[in-house]
Design a protein around this ligand. Structure first.
Ligand code: T46
Length: 134
């Protein structure tokens, strides 16, 4: 449920000589093995992405640049998380409806996923999602 969705701090190495920041995700940072990486970019500010749940997929979303909102639903409650720091990612567990909106100009959302793309893992109908939770 929604309590299992969490912001995870990504280790950040700030350069002492003013060369900027470096963040790193190593295999033990996430409790799933990464099998796929994809990213959303050039997203118009009025676009809406997501609008589905996953049956088994774990995903970790990182706002590499800019910001966007993630609306999360577990069939009972809703919460909105704004992602706007490249060293803070959002872990979304299976069984959570997600919608992404309000993308700032030039924003980039990197997604680390626990499995390859499988259309059968998607629940794209909200009523069906709510039924699956009861
Ligand atoms: C999610 C949010 C955050 C592929 O062929 N391979 C892939 O790995 C992905 C992710 C998508 N696709 C195809 C399937 C569709 O024809 O790309 C097209 C767009 O996918 P979709 O409409 O699912 O995109 P979003 O941004 O609405 O959702 C995606 C992920 O699908 C989803 O898992 O949580 O990003």
């Amino acid at each position: 449920n929604l309590d299992d969705v969490q912001i995870i701090n990504i280790p950040k190495i700030s350069d002492e000589e003013g060369r900027g920041n470096l963040s790193v995700i190593e295999k033990d940072c996430l409790d799933f093995d990464i099998k796929r990486v994809y990213y959303l970019y050039d997203v118009p500010s009025d676009a809406y992405r997501g609008g589905h749940a996953h049956k088994a997929l774990y995903q970790f979303l990182i706002p590499l640049s800019g910001s966007f909102d993630v609306i999360l639903k577990d069939g009972k409650s809703t919460k909105t998380v704004t992602l706007n720091k490249p060293d803070k990612g959002l872990l979304i567990v299976p069984g959570i409806w997600r919608e992404l909106e309000n993308f700032s100009a030039g924003s980039v959302c990197l997604v680390l996923a626990s499995d390859v793309y499988k259309e059968l893992d998607y629940i794209r109908d909200y009523n069906q999602f709510v039924l699956s939770k009861s």
